[in-house]
Ligand binder design. Structure first.
Ligand code: FRU
Length: 325
């Protein structure tokens, strides 16, 4: 029954930002390759209540599958479990809940990323120095895992000290305010590790305002391509390094289709990460710019095809009405 009609996939995103835009765009492009699926995307603006409502709404709509990136794990766990217990296939992406009552997960391993950052930072600082850690939203699993992975590595070096660690909720503005307050109280560090590039940017702005940005190394996560993305920030030497946090939108839809078509799939589907620093940023920028160019051309061709199709339909119509007369 399922396969004979169009299947609806409901997406509940926790946030709205450049990283989410990239993921949503990839999901829409992948969806366009399959005529039997349709996507509904809802964004909850970092608000747990709003996201709970969105998921309830998608349950009521009886979508065929749910793709969810839970804002904070604890408040979102009950509604995700509820959907799963009602029999909806639930695909978690990027962020997790507190139990394993979901169909599958796809995303990078944030604990491993935290460890990699820890190793990188200890190398940059020669195993000795001071660090400020700016964490992502406290109750979201990437923030918890990045923090723990980072500590599991840095704690092995007694002369490497994380002197302060605060939560900036994934937000550039909050990171800016809190870093400015930290630096204004005469505290100094050798390196600032922010759990994403947006917060690293906020911290950089605060340091720049005090004219001390060159005495601090900045490390982030995400490494988005394009304007204002992490790759360019590395080239501009604002960031010493950032780590690719893959959005994987196309992979997400492919996995959703496997689940819907009763094909075999893994419950855990890891996406890989890699460090971006001055040694490889130029190559990555060249390649990602080319991909962005190709994307634009495909979008352009798609609109041209739409125009041609409707022109053709109109000509057929005129032709047949002429014959009828
Ligand atoms: C995007 C984002 C990224 C971060 C991820 C963690 O919404 O804030 O910057 O890496 O979420 O879930």
């Amino acid at each position: 029954e399922r396969k004979s009609r169009k299947m609806v996939i409901g997406v509940s995103q926790c946030s709205d930002d450049a990283w989410r835009d990239k993921m949503n765009m990839e999901m829409l492009h992948e969806t366009a390759l399959h005529s039997n699926i349709e996507l509904i995307v809802l964004s909850a603006n970092d608000n747990n209540e709003q996201q709970i409502q969105h998921i309830q709404q998608l349950i009521d709509q009886k979508v065929d599958l749910l793709i969810i990136s839970p804002n904070e794990a604890a408040p979102l766990t009950p509604v995700v479990e509820k959907a799963y217990d009602l029999g909806f296939p639930v695909l978690l992406v990027d962020r997790k809940i507190l139990s394993d009552r979901y169909t599958a997960f796809i995303g990078a391993d944030n604990y491993a990323i935290g460890q990699e950052v820890g190793t990188y930072v200890s190398t940059v600082l020669g195993r000795a120095g001071t660090v400020l850690e700016i964490k992502g939203l406290e109750g979201s699993t990437p923030a918890i895992d990045r923090n723990q992975g980072f500590y599991s590595t840095t704690s092995r070096f007694p002369d490497l000290k994380v002197v302060e660690s605060f939560d900036a909720e994934w937000s550039e503005d909050i990171a800016y305010e809190k870093t400015l307050a930290f630096l204004n109280s005469q505290k100094r560090v050798d390196l600032i590790f922010a759990h994403n590039d947006r917060m690293a940017s906020g911290a950089f702005k605060a340091a720049k305002e005090l004219g001390i940005q060159d005495s601090i190394a900045f490390v982030g996560i995400d490494a988005l391509p394009g304007e204002d993305g992490g790759i360019e920030k590395v080239l501009e030497k604002e960031l010493t390094a950032t780590f690719i946090y893959p959005t994987g939108g196309d992979r997400i839809i492919q996995l959703a289709l496997k689940i819907l078509n009763d094909e075999t799939y893994e419950k855990n589907n890891p996406l890989v990460t890699a460090v971006v620093d001055f040694t490889n940023a130029r190559v990555l920028k060249l390649q990602s710019d080319e991909i962005l160019d190709q994307r634009d051309k495909i979008d352009y061709f798609n609109t041209r095809i739409d125009v041609f199709t409707s022109q053709y339909a109109m000509q057929q119509y005129l032709l047949y009405s002429a014959i009828a007369i």
